[in-house]
Ligand binder design. Structure first.
Ligand code: PMP
Length: 409
């Protein structure tokens, strides 16, 4: 028995799944052509699984800003901000994010994953409690674990269950952190934030909202679900990522609490890792400007989301309950989902295959993420490819409820 033996069941499961051919978790993008097209398996493929919600990855302003930063500031920072110092551009990016949210405090992290690790582990430690939505992303699970607080999961989007658990905590509710997401990444549904804020206030708890998938997507100015719901002042901290609507990498936290600044001194994922490199900082800053200056991108995204959602619904698919840029078709079995995913790829459409344990309720999903950069013609092609799949009109039944281990994307 060696440490490596534990990988055997994984190898077996993978081999069983892959009898049919391509490894869905190992695809290669041979040549990326635009936010919505790439060469995969030698074929021009429409990308509809990118989280590139506003299609900014090839925006000329972002590319120019990145190139200038490369030339002026070099390729990397080669260390953490604590040890090596902050570049002026890190500070400027933090100011740009703070100004965008109208919040006084913003901290930038090297990834969205680290933003959750850094903020959650700093806010709730030993002796504190965390109430997290059961369908939370893996980075939320890991951030909660890193801090050492007691972790309790409440039923996904179930405010009555959240309240019941807060009530049971008694006085401890004042030292309780509630963590939810703006838009959930698997089925595209939203947190009932107005009710969650009410409950958090009633029990004196603290609330963090991860707006990874809602930044640039929801709210009049694209700030996310808290803006859309009108509760920004009641959310204690918003975390988010640069890797979706902003088309780069990195993450952030913002807050109205002055104490938030001290997370820089307590957060291991801030202190013990290299700071974001200058070109990434520059493209992110340019993208934040574009979100503010180009609200029509958001409108285009929503037009595309409605077109795809309606098209897939009419083709007979069971979809997540809410229309939005994440549109997931629920498929009854892993094997069928894999076969359908592969057929889509062979027809030049790349979507995400999502299977348990990374999905809620044991769902097998063909998950699309829509972009403002998709053309009407591309959306039509995606719908047509889905509707031609042999199992498209089968009446899909839902598997029984299984708690996910953590959501991966
Ligand atoms: N939070 C959520 C809800 C996510 O879906 C993700 C990634 N998909 C992250 C955090 C982590 O962000 P990143 O990939 O930029 O590290």
């Amino acid at each position: 028995m060696s440490l490596f033996d534990k990988f055997l069941p994984i190898q077996k499961a993978r081999n069983n799944l892959l009898k049919s051919g391509v490894n869905p978790f190992h695809v290669t993008v041979e040549n990326i052509l635009s936010p919505t097209e790439a060469i995969m398996n030698g074929r021009t493929t429409i990308l509809v699984g990118t989280n590139n919600y506003l299609g900014l990855t090839f925006h000329p302003d972002c590319i120019k800003a990145g190139q200038e930063a490369l030339a002026q500031e070099g390729t990397g920072t080669t260390g953490s901000r604590m040890a090596n110092g902050s570049f002026l551009s890190h500070r400027e990016l933090e100011k740009a994010i703070a100004d965008f949210y109208g919040a006084p405090y913003a901290i930038v992290f090297s990834t969205g994953y680290q933003a959750n690790l850094g903020v959650l582990s700093s806010l709730a430690g030993p002796g504190d409690t965390i109430l997290m939505d059961g369908d939370s992303h893996a980075s939320i699970y890991d951030g909660c674990r890193l801090g050492g607080a007691e972790i309790i999961r409440f039923k996904h989007n179930d405010v009555a269950d959240l309240e019941k658990r807060l009530r049971r905590l008694g006085d401890r509710s004042h030292r309780t952190l509630i963590v939810v997401e703006g838009i959930y990444s698997m089925l595209g549904d939203r947190a009932p934030l107005a009710e969650i804020v009410e409950v958090k206030k009633k029990y004196g708890a603290t609330l963090v909202v991860d707006e990874a998938h809602s930044l640039g997507v929801l709210g009049q100015h694209g700030r996310g679900l808290a803006e859309e719901t009108g509760v920004e002042q009641d959310v204690d901290c918003i975390v988010g990522t640069f890797s979706k609507s902003l088309g780069s990498t990195g993450g952030f936290g913002i807050s109205f609490h002055p104490e938030f600044e001290f997370i820089r001194y307590t957060s291991r994922p801030y202190i013990f890792t290299a700071s974001p490199c200058p070109s990434v900082v520059a493209t992110t800053k340019a993208a934040i400007r574009i979100i503010q200056d180009r609200p029509e991108l958001r409108r285009r995204l929503w037009t595309n989301a409605h077109q795809l959602y309606d098209g897939l619904l009419q083709s007979g698919y069971s979809l997540g309950a809410e229309v939005g840029p994440i549109i997931a078709a629920m498929i009854p079995t892993k094997e069928l989902a894999l076969a359908m995913w592969q057929e889509l790829l062979e027809n030049g459409i790349y979507v995400n295959l999502m299977i348990p344990p990374a999905t809620p309720n044991g769902e097998c999903l063909l998950r699309c993420s829509v972009s403002a950069a998709h053309t009407e013609k591309q959306i039509k092609k995606i719908i047509s490819a889905f509707s031609k799949l042999p199992d498209a009109t089968q009446n899909h039944t839902h598997p029984s409820h299984v708690q996910p281990e953590a959501i991966i994307n």
